[in-house]
Design a protein around this ligand. Structure first.
Ligand SMILES: [Zn+2]
Ligand SMILES: [Zn+2]
Ligand SMILES: [Zn+2]
Length: 270
């Protein structure tokens, strides 16, 4: 009897969730404006990278990580029709400036969108989208947002979400872990206490912006070193520039490591 009860209590924790990459690109996106390199002119759709965004498909709803400028286009391209909450890693333009597209989810779902971010990020949102917080005539023209400071783990849509501190140059920003999945973008340093929380992953999605070293992002060599240290079952690189042709790069990457691409979807345990 005891073991049956135990199984019953354990089983929800063993449920599966998935995540879809809505944007695998760096801040310029790929193709870049005015670039005629082989990757920017490639026919391979996996070389077309929107600005950074992930969609967590959790047991009780969908959680978006960041709202990049291509949010509308990517939701249409990949059939995203519901978003129940938004999390932010940080407030740089490539992660934030599609926030107004949340209006459509306000209409579809008939409610305000809960937004979770660190206090400084919420301040930037209030400043950059000031019109959304000003009383004006009633109309459908503004996103309806409820802002919640994020200063510890939270339960959203049937999953526990753990924000983790990482550094983007000198800027402290957030990575997220959910069950066997972690998303660590815009990172150039991971403190030891966060590395401890990144053990035993099924999927690590990690910044590897380009081949050359970068002041505020891991380059490919540094990202591969982090993967070797953390030993996730699989790793996928994100925030990718036009340095990488998808197929040629993947053919050279070690077993268990690959480039992410827009529309990539993986499952993980909660
Ligand atoms: Zn970025
Ligand atoms: Zn290019
Ligand atoms: Zn950034």
């Amino acid at each position: 009897m005891f073991s049956l009860l135990r199984m019953w209590y354990i089983s929800p924790a063993m449920s599966k969730a998935s995540v879809m990459v809505l944007g695998s690109g760096t801040s310029h996106g790929v193709p870049m404006i005015g670039c005629r390199c082989a990757v920017c002119t490639s026919e391979d759709l996996r070389n077309q990278r929107a600005r950074p965004c992930m969609l967590l498909e959790l047991p009780e709803g969908n959680v978006l990580i960041d709202t990049p400028p291509e949010l509308r286009l990517q939701c249409i391209r990949f059939g995203v029709e519901r978003v129940d909450a938004v999390l932010y890693t940080h407030a740089h333009a490539d992660h934030l400036f599609g926030l107004d597209d949340i209006r459509r989810f306000n209409e579809l779902q008939g409610r305000e969108m809960p937004i979770y971010a660190e206090r400084e990020v919420l301040q930037t949102i209030r400043r950059a989208f000031a019109y959304a917080f000003m009383p004006t005539q009633a109309a459908g023209g503004k996103p309806q947002l409820s802002l919640y400071p994020l200063d510890g783990q939270i339960d959203l849509c049937g999953a526990r979400i753990e924000p983790l501190r990482v550094y983007h140059g000198e800027l402290p920003i957030l990575a997220f872990r959910v069950g066997g999945f972690a998303y660590v973008t815009d990172v150039s340093a991971i403190p030891p206490e966060t590395e401890e929380r990144l053990q035993g992953l099924e999927w690590l999605f990690l910044d590897a912006v380009r081949y050359e070293p970068h002041p505020t992002h891991y380059c490919m060599e540094q990202a591969m070193e982090v993967v070797r240290r953390l030993k996730p079952r699989r790793a996928a690189f994100v925030h990718l520039s036009h340095d990488y042709d998808h197929e040629a790069t993947n053919a050279r990457l070690p077993e268990g490591m690959e480039l992410a691409y827009d529309g990539m979807r993986v499952t993980f345990s909660l």
